[in-house]
Design a protein around this ligand. Structure first.
Ligand code: MLT
Length: 244
């Protein structure tokens, strides 16, 4: 039976009962996905996603002093954090050999919501080809979970989900697309070939640029710069890398 590809537009819209047996690709292009992919590509031993700033501090205390605290609220690192949520901060010098506890406004919530899936991976534009290949090799339905922003869809996440959907369908034309996946695919085909336009049209990208994070937007809106696919195994609370 052909599998179904579905797209969920926000972390809050995830239906846990839909996920068992499926593979989930979690997408927060700006910036959590790109930061996680960069951290693992630069040698971090793992990224532990947690929901709140308090959870993050408690996990760091439990894991020990070598652990780095990273993340953002309203785009900036909470007090006492080692790193924010800029992919450019996760350099080999800062992260190699370290475990990172990460909390962000939407991306880490989407990751935690994806936990009931049979397998969970992190996707963005920077690893789109590798993430689609990871999903293709798995059996069962594929659910692309966009983080969105505070309960509302984000253009850049939906476009990335659509680009991934287009890659998946090209390889597997018999797959069934839900209406949400069809809509995302159309956006993905428009923006995936013109990421500069996506940077202009995305509200979150414009907000980041105003806050002085335009360099992050450029990094995040670049296609296929890495083959690192962070994965969250069943029963494991730490993302680790799978290189393709
Ligand atoms: C999020 O999780 O909402 C984002 O990654 C926010 C950001 O730092 O741009």
């Amino acid at each position: 039976m052909p599998r179904t590809i579905d797209v969920v537009l926000t972390a809050d819209a995830v239906l846990p009962a839909r996920l068992p047996g499926a593979s989930a690709l979690v997408i927060d292009v700006l910036r959590a996905s790109t930061s996680i992919i960069t951290a693992l590509g630069n040698g971090a031993t793992g990224v532990v996603p947690v929901e709140t700033v308090e959870d993050a501090r408690a996990r760091k205390a439990a894991l020990g002093s070598g652990t780095l605290l990273a993340g953002e609220r309203r785009g900036d690192p909470p007090e006492g954090f080692d790193l924010g949520n800029s992919p450019r901060e996760f350099t080999p010098e800062r992260v190699r050999g370290r475990t990172i506890v990460l909390t962000t406004s939407n991306g880490t919530r989407a990751l935690l919501a994806a936990r009931p899936a049979a397998a969970v991976a992190v996707a963005g534009f920077v690893n789109a080809g590798a993430a689609a290949a990871w999903a293709r090799e798995r059996s069962g339905d594929i659910v692309l979970i966009c983080a969105g922003a505070l309960g509302k869809p984000s253009l850049e996440d939906q476009a990335c989900a659509g680009w991934l959907t287009a890659l998946l369908v090209t390889a597997e034309p018999a797959a069934t697309l839900t209406p949400a996946a069809e809509e995302a695919r159309d956006l993905g085909l428009t923006y995936g070939k013109d990421l500069e336009r996506l940077g202009r049209d995305s509200r979150h990208a414009r907000q980041l640029a105003v806050k002085g994070h335009g360099g992050d937007v450029a990094v995040c809106l670049t296609l296929d710069t890495t083959t690192v696919v962070p994965i969250l195994g069943p029963g494991v609370d730490k993302l680790v890398w799978a290189s393709r």
